[in-house]
Design a protein around this ligand. Structure first.
Ligand SMILES: Cc1cc2nc3c(=O)[nH]c(=O)nc-3n(C[C@H](O)[C@H](O)[C@H](O)COP(=O)(O)O)c2cc1C
Length: 239
């Protein structure tokens, strides 16, 4: 296992613009074990946000029930427009139930190859806005934000969460028995990290690939669309 992790660390070190401290940080993580792929940030961020990533190599060992409840407690305390809390979660533990079989069957593409190993599959559902009586833009916005909190809480517990839009909505509706006015948005695979050697080759490559993002200059503007943010130059970390 050491060899691919070393290659991956070297790849991080070659990324143009990576700060030397972050490159060292990433390299250290990746040299010691392969389940960490911290973000190579240009500016300091909270270690939990830096550590979160979406793996595919899950270990089938079950999650502690208390930890699972903490995930939903974190989602519960998310902000939402008018405190409407337009989210719901349907949990499918890895048992032999028909519902778990159905949600696995709803997955599409590559997701079918790796996600069924996760001990928990969770269907995240957007709920109708109470005033308009149907799912609206802020249902999506608020659900996404609550899922973000759930995912960061998973990271804090040493767990991993991988969201998937790759699933058939009708089959997921059927598996969960969703009311007609709700919308299934993502299936989230949650669990402990496993072994990337258990993945098919193509997925193993993606598992070990460096994580990339657009630079801040492409999506943060000052006062007017397209105008570079001046704060970025004032507080940039030394590279
Ligand atoms: C709404 C949404 C849908 C996604 N759908 C899939 C998916 O169907 N299959 C998959 O492997 N990853 C999926 N992902 C994971 C993204 O590919 C991943 O978050 C992105 O590549 C960034 O990688 P990171 O999470 O490791 O930083 C999805 C993520 C989000 C937020």
């Amino acid at each position: 296992m050491a060899q691919p992790a070393r290659v991956c660390a070297d790849a991080y070190l070659q990324i143009p613009g990576i700060s030397s401290s972050n490159a060292r940080h990433c390299a250290l993580y990746l040299t010691f074990d392969n389940m960490n792929k911290p973000a190579h940030t240009g500016h300091d961020i909270h270690p939990l946000i830096q550590a979160r990533w979406s793996p595919r190599a899950f270990d089938p060992r079950p999650i502690d029930a208390g930890q699972a409840l903490s995930l939903f407690e974190a989602a519960r305390w998310s902000a939402s427009g008018g405190n409407n809390q337009p989210w719901a979660f349907v949990v499918f533990p890895a048992d032999d139930s028909e519902a778990r079989r159905q949600i696995e069957d709803a997955l599409t593409g590559n997701n079918r190859e790796w996600a069924p190993r996760a001990p928990l599959l969770v269907l995240a559902v957007a709920m109708p806005h109470p005033r308009v009586g149907k799912v609206g833009p802020y249902s999506y916005y608020d659900l996404g934000q609550s899922v973000a909190q759930l995912v960061v809480q998973a990271t804090a517990l040493g767990l991993f969460a991988h969201q998937m839009a790759g699933f058939e909505a009708d089959k997921a509706r059927q598996a969960a028995g969703l009311p007609d006015d709700c919308e299934p948005m993502v299936v989230i695979a949650i669990g402990h990290y496993g072994d990337y050697n258990d993945l098919p080759e193509a997925l193993r490559e993606r598992e070990l690939a460096p994580r990339v993002r657009k630079p801040l200059s492409e999506f943060v503007f000052q006062g007017r669309w397209g105008r570079p943010i001046m704060l970025a130059t004032a507080s940039a970390t030394t590279r």
